[in-house]
Design a protein around this ligand. Structure first.
Ligand SMILES: C[S@@+](CC[C@H](N)C(=O)[O-])C[C@H]1O[C@@H](n2cnc3c(N)ncnc32)[C@H](O)[C@@H]1O
Length: 251
């Protein structure tokens, strides 16, 4: 069953168009893949929530024998993708993977970059359950030594680690009055009116553990610099972009 989810509108999707400011992040991803595959390796990857394809394209460029499936739910983002050899574009939802890949197709690398926090439900709890559903649905798609690369924005709260993520969810999920949504948007909440469900490092580690994934690597890629006002308002200890690499512990 496909859970209820809220869709990101086209204005909000514009925030996800990547340019060379993201070179560091894509280099980090490519560098990490390097730990497992050499340049000539012939591997298959799946980029879920690929956006404009910037990060996946870097994998294709750096590994000339790799091939990738790029999947996104937004037609506007699929259309922003460059057409390339060895690249297959799929318009579809991460909640429908078992119907999209029914031929027991397997992937050596599954990239889930900045997607999971957008799979929001009607409550914060349901949003986290959506993440569990997604991560469970990835297991059958992994090849024997396959790995899932999850790049996420992590928020750690003061005293209660999940408090900042829950506050951000609460604020960005407000749909009315419209002036409040516009105010939150102007204060930097790009997903105001739609909702975004981040999590703390503790929450991520617990989720992976509960789903029986092995965390092979954890790497903080960049640390955010927030004002004192924003940190106090959101009861925030720190926020950063982190890459988690998982493998299925049953293999
Ligand atoms: C923050 S962008 C990240 C894009 C890309 N991964 C990157 O890091 O540049 C999130 C992307 O996830 C897509 N998305 C949101 N919900 C989705 C879903 N249920 N299934 C597939 N893609 C989804 C959005 O359309 C958007 O392109």
């Amino acid at each position: 069953m496909i859970p209820s989810e809220k869709y990101i509108n086209d204005t909000q999707l514009e925030h996800f168009v990547r340019d060379d400011k993201f070179l560091d992040i894509s280099n980090e991803l490519v560098f990490t893949i390097n730990k497992y595959f050499d340049k000539g390796a012939n591997f298959k990857f799946l980029d879920i929530g690929c956006g404009d394809g910037y990060l996946g394209d870097k994998i294709l460029e750096n590994y000339p024998h790799s091939s990738g499936c790029f999947l996104d739910i937004a037609k506007t983002m699929i259309e922003k993708n460059k057409k390339k050899e060895r690249k297959k574009l799929i318009l579809g939802s991460v909640f429908n993977l078992e119907n999209i890949f029914h031929d027991h197709e397997k992937f050596d690398v599954i990239a889930v970059n900045m997607l999971l926090h957008h799979c929001v439900g009607d409550t914060y709890k349901k949003s986290r359950e959506n993440v569990n559903l997604i991560l469970k649905s990835l297991k059958p798609l992994l090849s024997k030594d396959g790995k899932i690369y999850i790049l996420e924005q992590v928020y750690d709260g003061i005293i209660m680690p999940s408090i900042t993520a829950r506050l951000i969810y609460g604020l960005t999920s407000i749909e009315r009055p419209k002036f409040l949504v516009r105010l939150l948007y102007s204060l930097g909440a790009n997903m105001a009116g739609t909702g975004v469900a981040f999590a703390s490092n503790n929450q991520w580690c617990r989720t992976f553990h509960q789903l029986d994934y092995k965390v092979k690597l954890e790497n903080i890629i960049s640390i955010d610099n927030h004002s004192f006002f924003r940190r106090s308002f959101l009861v925030m200890k720190s926020s950063y972009e982190k890459l988690f690499i998982l493998s299925s512990s049953s293999k």
